[in-house]
Design a protein around this ligand. Sequence first.
Ligand code: CAO
Length: 440
Amino acid sequence: MAELKEIKIPDLDSSGSVPVAELFIKEGDRIEAEQPLLVLESDKAVLEIPAPFAALIRELKVKEGDMVKSGDVIALADAEGEAAEDQEEGDPEEEEKTAKSAPPASSAERVQSSAASAPPAEAAPPVLSKVSVSAELSASSGSKIPHASPSVRHFARELGVDLKNVKGTAPKGRVSRQDVQNFVKTALRTEQTGSTRGIPELPWSDPADFGPVSEQELSRIQRISGPRLHASWMGIPHVSHFDKADISYLERWRQELNEKKKEGVKFTILAFVVKALYKAVEEFPRFNAVLSPDGSRLLIRRYYNIGIAVDTPEGLLVPVIKDVDRKSLSLIVREIEDLALRGRKGELKASDLKGAGISISNLGGIGGKSFTPIINPPEVAILGLSRASMEAVWNGSEFDPRLMLPLSLSYDHRVIDGAMAARFIRSLKELLEDVKKILI
Ligand code: CAO
């Protein structure tokens, strides 16, 4: 048996002692180079100490709870153990070739020559110890390494989860088993939607490193809609087309209607746009289409359902007004009110949220000039409305004050090309500018 080698605690960049929080090895274990041996856990940092070389552990010198410092011996190990095992379990063809090309040797010599042809075990740089030391350095310079119990660390390691990426929700920010499970579930869901496939990881830095922060959980709706919006943004080639419609006549007519308080209904700009949009979609059926999953066919809806983005305390919802072509303006007004109210009270049914051919997102009640709405798949377009405002418009001989409604149309460029989108918006503008056309 060759001389036993000492496996030591690497330079921790500190003179103090640190407790061994977790020990992963026992006597008789065969270890690989860089395999984690133990975890040191101080108030400031958590440090995983790796094996500097492959070996057979003969004698352990530490146990969990021991206080250790730089240079302390963790174990006595037989580096030959690993080499011998390699030799025993090596590729028979390789062995045969070696046997043919090399002069006969005793088994002890064979072990030595094999060890010499591979990088010498003890010559391997202590890669992980370097990582560990730098981990502590980064910890002391502010970046957080999460605290977790040994069993949670073990659990995370088995699942291949880097605890630095997991947000700890247990007291003092410790990572719990549940946190690791949630992390894996989210990662799997993201993988299934394909939303981050092939996309470099986004840089992240903990804002708590730079000042005080407060935390808020995302609502259930936001947790569901977030990955869908991300998938839409990443998976659909969006183009946004901006224009303005002169709704001066429409507005005058709307106010007259409201002054008469017909059936107690308050007519809104949005209700007119819903009607106009249906007419434009009827003329351009591609805006009411769904692209087949293989991207080879369009399934064009022969019905006219329009989704309305509703801002609720829990997040964005898009309930659907069904069969717009068969509904009066006043019925559309009432439906928008009803859907928005039920959406804000959390009373919408799943069926209220399905089946739209195209959607509208109206931010005009709040403000803004234009924006790029995100398509709600499998729809292929969405119309954004910003706040209508009075503008001086040149009518050929003078500037005329007109009420202009900003339109922001995002469309799926796989289905709709730019010229068609421009024609579609021109048609929508004509409808909005000549309100009679909407209602006929
Ligand atoms: N331009 C100018 N004024 C507008 C307008 C526009 N485009 N749209 C609405 N308004 C006015 C309305 O006329 C109303 O004014 P009065 O009270 O003086 O009559 C006021 O703004 C408020 O309207 P509203 O927003 O309550 O009603 P609505 O029917 O226009 O919209 C709804 C209903 C549910 C769509 C809206 O309340 C809402 O939730 N909008 C937000 C949608 C959203 O979040 N989109 C973003 C999606 S991406 O995250």
